[in-house]
Design a protein around this ligand. Structure first.
Ligand code: NAD
Length: 474
């Protein structure tokens, strides 16, 4: 049920929330509609004034209490994440810790907010330049990290003094709704955080078209980003958009192959490849191809795919059957144009409990060429699509030949060379010999059509603030 003014509010519209590993409904969620969203935004606007006037130290204390609460209740929250999203419990625990790190980080950053005094041309005056909260923030999040994507936004917005109206994905609303009570127990005044499950075209568009919302922070596909930006333009909102990716993963000739294969597989096992920063295009130096594919295939064989609630599984299902079909279409397009399947792991088929789940096989493909759809579109699934290259210059150009610029990975032994390649790639974050560089401490955002603005770091809080200048007689 929507969480509004510190209470769950029932509605007439209900949608089942499905466990993607079993295909069965976990519960029915009450969805918000246009009217309910408008009312929630009005309350958030009233609560915002009071919240903004609290001391940054007090806001920070509340956020740090949320971080502690998340860590103290990690098992319950991870269980909920696994049930509605499908990721294995170990990954779900990792997500809860990652989410907590943003509440800790912005809990500290709140007290570092400061303005400055600037000289006025007239001697009897001075300028006070003050960062102030933007107002009510509309947060719209996807289903792949239902807790962490909300945490990144909510922690920064609340630290800045904004109230929030959060619309989680309709596929994974449960862990987001659990945050309502957590915020309340940690001292957040009622009305400062409103959480409204609903579909994008209704609740999402009510948020993006509201005059009372000052900033939209969306994580979603580039297509949704365009639509959200268009809707928000009528009321000239600030925008923070974390959108789609098409990350290159480059294996230079002197890369340490075993570690590279291990890291690539870990990256693809995360949420079964349904991650914006996952390796979408793998570029392997042609001399390494056979050895690299052998190593990857051997490692893939040892991985178990199944229900995430079974701790022996390394990967879970994809989010729903439509996602599975989308992945199949990309694989079939590549096969029809000459690509080959080098290895495949479908061991979820041995488990009768997975019969009705949305499982997609883990596939390693070779012979991928730039004209195939799989090289140009987000796969968002467990497919490792490998291309080869001869020259470093050539791979840099291929890596950059995409409208996306979210993440990239470069593996190589000569760090000067690997660093040169990393610096030549247009992307918001680049891991050199590292597959998981995202942390609360750094600003992360996409370049090109992967987004606008950043999350995390000292910069993340600024997304929710604007400057007010007061000319004061002295
Ligand atoms: P999506 O774009 O379909 O949906 C994202 C959110 O937007 C959902 O809550 C959805 O209901 C809402 N939405 C949809 N249409 C809307 C509209 N017209 N107005 C307002 N809200 C609307 O994305 P998804 O399928 O949930 O997630 C996968 C996508 O998210 C991928 O493209 C992935 O790359 C991207 N993503 C990006 C990042 C990042 O940090 N850049 C992180 C995770 C996911």
């Amino acid at each position: 049920m929507p969480w509004i003014d510190g209470n769950f509010v029932p509605t007439d519209h209900k949608l089942p929330v499905t466990n993607p590993a079993t295909g069965s409904a976990i519960t029915q969620v009450h969805l918000g509609d246009h009217q309910l969203t408008e009312n929630a935004i009005k309350s958030a606007a009233v609560a915002q004034k009071e919240w903004e006037s609290t001391s940054p130290l007090q806001r920070g204390a509340c956020l740090k209490a949320v971080a502690k609460h998340l860590k103290d209740h990690i098992d319950r929250l991870a269980g909920l994440l696994t049930a509605e999203q499908g990721k294995p419990l170990a990954q779900a625990r990792g997500e809860v810790e990652y989410a907590a790190s943003f509440f800790e980080w912005f809990g500290e950053e709140a007290r570092r907010l400061s303005g400055r005094i600037s000289p006025h041309p007239e001697r009897s005056r001075e300028f006070h330049i003050l960062p102030t909260a933007l107002g009510v923030a509309g947060l719209i999040t996807p289903w792949n990290f239902p807790l962490a994507q909300g945490a990144k936004k909510a922690a920064a917005a609340l630290a800045a003094g904004c109230s929030i109206v959060w619309k989680p994905s309709e596929f994974t609303p449960l862990v987001a709704l659990a945050m309502g009570r957590i915020f309340q127990e940690c001292g957040l005044p009622d009305g400062v955080c409103q959480i409204i499950p609903g579909i994008g075209s209704e609740v999402g568009e009510s948020i993006t078209s509201s005059e009372k919302i000052s900033i939209i922070s969306l994580t979603g596909s580039t297509e949704t980003g365009r639509r959200v930006m268009e809707n928000s333009s009528r009321t000239l909102k600030h925008m923070s958009l974390e959108l789609g990716g098409n990350a290159p993963f480059i294996v230079l000739p002197d890369a340490e192959l075993d570690k590279t294969a291990e890291d690539l597989l870990s990256l693809k096992l995360l949420v079964s490849g349904q991650v914006c920063v996952t390796a979408n295009r793998v570029f392997v130096h042609e001399d390494l191809l056979d050895n690299f594919v052998d190593l990857l295939s051997t490692k893939l064989e040892t991985k178990m795919i199944g229900d995430g609630s079974d701790p022996s599984n390394h990967a879970g299902p994809v989010i729903h059957d439509d996602a599975k079909e989308g992945i199949n279409r990309l694989v079939n397009d590549a096969l029809s144009k000459g690509a080959e399947i080098a290895a495949q792991n479908s061991n979820f088929e041995d488990d009768p409990r997975c019969e009705s789940g949305s499982f997609s096989p883990f596939i390693i493909m070779t012979g991928i060429t730039p004209e195939m759809r799989i090289a140009n579109e987000e796969i968002f699934g467990p497919v490792i699509a490998i291309q080869t290259f001869k020259e470093t210059k050539e791979v840099i150009s291929s890596a950059n030949s995409t409208p996306y610029g979210l993440a990239a990975y470069v593996y190589g032994g000569d760090l000067a060379q690997a660093s040169h390649v990393a610096r030549s790639i247009d992307a918001g974050i680049i891991g050199v010999n590292e597959w998981r560089p995202l942390k609360a401490e750094i600003p992360f955002g996409g370049s090109k059509q992967s987004g606008i603005g950043v999350e995390g770091g000292a910069e993340g809080i600024q997304e929710f603030m604007e400057l007010k200048v007061i000319s004061i007689p002295v």
